[in-house]
Design a protein around this ligand. Structure first.
Ligand code: NAD
Length: 510
């Protein structure tokens, strides 16, 4: 294994005889200790790598790069195929952006893969048969980071979900199941509530699942799904879900496996992939030679598989299992019954090196088989959609008098005129006009829905089989009148019918 620390640009080798170059960032806190331990094991196991270092993290943040990464480091990461990253400390205080989120989004790392397996009895867990993989959508959802305060009382966060975004990660999950001999893929969403965003994810899951008839496909609503993951994780195999749910359930699964310190993860894109431990930089134990390097080591093994060296990854993982079985444990894994020797970081990595080539006696050995190519997925092109503008939701900041929705409704009906008519007003999604309940609490944030004022077509529109088109001109004229009458409109959302289907949610009670 060679180490290259300069940043001079040159070309990735084409021949397999030349070791592939990977980027390594040591990270902060315990980062250097666990990275050195990991690289020493990779070297001893015969990994063929050329290492190029990238400087990222706390010191780069403090140098004034608000995302914790310098332009040179971007160049190195983008040039190389794979990136092994140590944990990063995000400095406290405002203005610093999450380095992980920045890297994931900027490099299109759309799938976050977290295998999670129990090592009982050597590491305590109530679920000895647990062996699952959470695959989380990594770029969209509430993590788009688009938030606004709109009124004195109300803030919003936009949840963005795209069809290609869903399709990429769902296809990845099925391809992953196929490549690793897994039999079941479970989708988790909250589409009983979020029928359009989570509904799209579920719909695409059902479509893609039909192309993999040999793999069992199921769906759970995320709340019961998360409860089952905590209570019966051995029932699951591959789980695919949206960004926020995936963030939460992957920590639940790591915790119930009893091994947060052992977990590794991959962030996979079409060209670059980033591999890291699931834990942070653990500043409380930094520099003490007690940190467990296993999480980063597992991540490094995922990287070796990704770049076509699965046999080396298999050797390392089995040596790690032997080390755990032999009771050589870092302090975080200490348990009275099975720990025979409490080892420091370096000693632990030496123990793994000594066991290279051995297979575990009790724990199930790792078998990676022939899987040696990165999983590539292609999103299917779709025909362009037919989009018809059928109305507008105008959001108002309004806190007059007793905040009586009937007063607001009467005024808006007068202002609406004839081309558009007020259909309803909701407050935090609940219909308050017409025919609202006086018990409904109202904030200063009102969503006012206007649709075509053509009574003939609206008659036909009953039952939602047909909705009358409106024009942008009618909408801008309405906004102009609202402005002239002193109403503070915060934003609008156009209402569309797409390919003949209503493409917006109804208000609760509408
Ligand atoms: P943490 O994961 O660093 O630590 C939580 C606890 O687990 C601590 O008690 C720590 O000592 C222990 N621990 C973590 N890794 C361990 C290991 N390998 N061996 C033994 N014990 C280990 O979480 P935190 O304390 O909330 O965060 C510390 C810093 O890490 C913060 O700045 C946070 O932003 C950052 N962080 C970075 C990443 C990342 O780079 N991917 C992820 C999470 C947190």
């Amino acid at each position: 294994m060679q180490v290259k620390t300069s940043f001079q640009p040159d070309v990735q080798p084409l021949s397999t005889a030349v070791p592939p170059r990977v980027t390594v960032a040591y990270g902060d806190g315990i980062g250097r200790e666990i990275m050195e331990a990991t690289l020493s094991i990779l070297d001893a196991a015969g990994a063929k790598l050329e290492i190029e270092e990238a400087r990222i993290g706390e010191e780069v943040y403090l140098e004034g790069h608000s995302s914790g990464i310098s332009p040179e480091a971007w160049e190195v990461i983008r040039r190389n195929k794979a990136f092994l990253k140590g944990p990063i400390t995000t400095p406290q205080g405002g203005g610093y952006k999450s380095l992980n989120v920045t890297i994931r989004k900027a490099l299109g790392l759309y799938a976050n893969v977290r295998p999670c397996r129990a090592y009982t009895p050597f590491v305590e867990s109530n679920f000895p048969d647990m062996d699952l993989v959470v695959i989380r959508e990594n770029e969209e959802d509430l993590y788009a980071g688009i938030e606004h305060q709109q009124t004195a009382e109300v803030v919003q966060c936009l949840k963005l979900v795209s069809r290609p975004g869903c399709e990429r990660v769902i296809r990845y999950a099925f391809e992953y199941a196929r490549a690793y001999g897994r039999r079941k893929v479970t989708c988790m969403t909250k589409d009983n509530i979020m029928k359009h965003t989570d509904g799209l994810f579920h719909q695409v899951f059902d479509e893609v699942a039909r192309e993999y008839p040999e793999i069992e496909a199921t769906h759970y609503i995320i709340d019961i799904g998360a409860a089952l993951l905590a209570g019966r994780p051995e029932k699951f195999d591959v789980v695919v879900t949206l960004n926020l749910y995936g963030d939460i359930i992957s920590d639940i699964t790591a915790q119930v496996a009893g091994s947060v310190g052992l977990g590794g993860s991959a962030n996979v894109g079409d060209t670059v992939a980033m591999f890291e431990a699931i834990h942070g930089s653990a500043p409380d134990i930094a520099g003490k030679d007690v940190a467990n390097p296993s999480g980063l080591l597992h991540a490094a093994c995922m990287m070796l598989t990704h770049i076509g060296q699965p046999a080396v990854a298999e050797r390392i993982q089995n040596a790690l299992l032997c080390t755990l079985e032999d009771g050589i444990h870092t302090p975080d894994l200490y348990n009275e019954a099975f720990t025979k020797h409490r080892a420091g970081t370096r000693e632990f990595s030496q123990a793994v090196i000594e066991r290279l080539g051995k297979l575990p006696r009790k724990l199930k050995a790792v078998q990676l088989g022939e899987q040696s190519q990165p999983i590539q997925v292609k999103v299917k092109p779709r025909p362009a959609a037919t989009k018809t503008l059928v109305g507008v939701d105008v959001f108002l900041d309004w806190a007059e008098g007793q905040r009586d929705p009937n007063e607001l409704g009467r005024e808006l009906e007068r202002i609406a005129g004839t081309a558009l008519q007020l259909k309803m007003i909701t407050n935090r999604g609940v219909k308050v006009y017409p025919n609202g309940f006086p018990e409904t609490f109202c904030t200063d944030h009102w969503r006012c829905r206007f649709v075509s004022g053509d009574s003939r077509v609206n008659q036909q529109a009953k039952g939602m089989s047909f909705t009358a088109p409106v024009t942008y001109g009618e909408i801008t004229a309405l906004l102009q009148r609202l402005n002239e009458e002193g109403y503070d409109f915060i934003k609008i959302e156009n209402l569309y019918q797409i390919d003949g289907q209503r493409a917006y949610s109804l208000g609760q009670g509408e």
